[in-house]
Design a binder for this molecule. Sequence first.
Ligand code: GZL
Length: 327
Amino acid sequence: MKKIIGMAAAGAMLLALAGCSGGGGSTSGEGEAPATEDLIVGFSQVGAESGWRAANTKDIQAAFEEAGIELKFSDAQQKQENQIKAIRSYIQQGVDVIAFSPVVESGWDTVLKEAKDADIPVVLTDRSVDSADTSLYVSFLGSDFVEEGKKAGEWVTEEFADADAVKIIQLEGTTGSAPAIDRAEGFADVIGSDPKFEVVASQTGDFTRSGGKQVTEALLKSNPDVDLIYAHNDDMGLGAIEAIEAAGLTPGVDIKIVTVDAVKDGMQALADGKINFIVECSPLLGKQLVEIVEKVVAGEEVEPRIVTEETTFTQEQAIEALPDRQY
Ligand code: GZL
């Protein structure tokens, strides 16, 4: 949206005419959708903690570039206060739409209320918030993380069908984040009913490769006979591989590994037999986010929940999929 600075009278008239398409709307006339080239969207990204995040950022930026819509982008370095600052700045600038991937589920009501009071629609991408007031955002576009956890659990029950006892280390994602909470819930829903499965340790590696390595090194010392590592993302699984090898063991054989994401590095480790199974979580949300933004500013209905489609990969499927993998 381009504000007309210094033409107070004309500005006041135009603002009075502008439809409520956001912080003040563009100069396209009363109630009409602002022209695409006049649209400005503010996006607050979690950070750059993983291969998944890098792919997600790249895809979103490319989609807005392709659509000719200005995207103001901020990287919060995995800090909620930075995301809140960015959202407040977008409100101040009077953008047409705000979109963000909440680093954690809680603590958003106040700033989302400020966006609502400023008549700026908010779209959640990738992760959701636990706000009771769902009028604070117009749509949530992202995966079903509970389902992802269940898929990992289902593979574990099949893989260890003949085992009498299975000791598991769980590498959790960022504490308080929707994927960490839900992937743990889905996994527990499936394996929890069988007492042969024992989660001997569960700790956050913060979705990073270094976090996964450090936590696995420590937990292997106290749990040398563990059978399986369930990592909430590929990056922590890749860190676990380094720790397992440093302990003189063979990842994928002595200790099996199941992860979530299916980014290229994870898929390569799966093809090499160091990871045994990956549940896909697609980062390619850019095109759908552009579609939601265009609908919102045109005053059209948008689905309140849009679940991304995704699959799972065995070693054979990874070998076949790798050459054409987009991320
Ligand atoms: C999931 C996303 C998670 C990925 C991690 O949608 O929020 O955050 O699984 C990323 O790799 O860091």
